[in-house]
Design a protein around this ligand. Structure first.
Ligand code: AR6
Length: 188
């Protein structure tokens, strides 16, 4: 698979795409941040989003935190996109991998579902995700990819507004892993 060739699957009235790239450059209605419960920023894709999006995102995250406290894994909140090309950022907290028997797949699926539910509430058309939990949080990407794609496909089937979901992978090897999972996924 070449670096610039994405893969896609039609699901109901929508499309699921996988591609290699930098999430912060995505021209979609919303991108999703793999945040932590503090909502106050961090490294990885979280750091990249706050750097590229500027202080407006952190200000809104602080206000949300003041209002409702820290964000539990599997849930999502939405803010402005600040200076990003995407208008909105959904912040979700993935599970920390601890062997796979502590509800990690359910929590991971919930991150995708909750972010897409927020996009639906706001009538957004397109959403781009990173590979949640597979960096600092240690979730093996071969196990995370099918969970992520299944959760997105399930949400797309009943979506009324979201028509495009993109999984944006940072490395060629991550894209290949998602490509295998997409090819293996049964939809209909
Ligand atoms: N575009 C797309 N993917 C990216 C980018 C980017 N610009 N930058 C990194 N990735 P991680 P997690 C990939 O660690 O595992 C933070 O400190 C990266 O290669 O960002 O959910 C938070 O504050 C990896 O494949 O998120 C939390 O404390 C994927 O994004 C913690 O890390 C996710 O890696 C969350 O850990």
């Amino acid at each position: 698979m070449s670096a610039d060739r994405g893969l896609s699957r039609t699901i109901g009235p929508g499309r699921l795409e996988i591609a290699r790239g930098d999430l912060t450059r995505e021209r979609v209605s919303a991108i999703v941040n793999a945040a932590n419960s503090s909502l106050l920023g961090g490294g990885g894709v979280d750091g990249a989003i706050h750097r590229a999006g500027g202080p407006a995102i952190l200000e809104e995250c602080r206000a949300i935190r003041a209002r409702r406290g820290s964000l539990p894994p599997g849930q999502a909140v939405i803010t402005t996109g600040g200076a990003l090309p995407a208008r909105r950022v959904s912040h979700t907290v993935g599970p920390v991998w601890s062997g796979g028997r502590s509800g990690e797949p359910e929590t991971l699926a919930s991150c995708y579902g909750a972010s897409l539910a927020l996009a639906e509430e706001e009538g957004l058309e397109s959403v781009a995700f990173p590979s949640i939990s597979t960096g600092a949080f240690g979730y093996p990407i071969e196990e995370a990819a099918p969970v992520a794609l299944r959760a997105i496909a399930d949400a797309l089937k009943t979506a009324r507004h979201v028509r495009l979901v993109r999984c944006v992978l940072f490395s060629e090897s991550d894209l290949e892993t998602y490509g295998r999972a997409l090819a293996a996924m049964v939809t209909g």
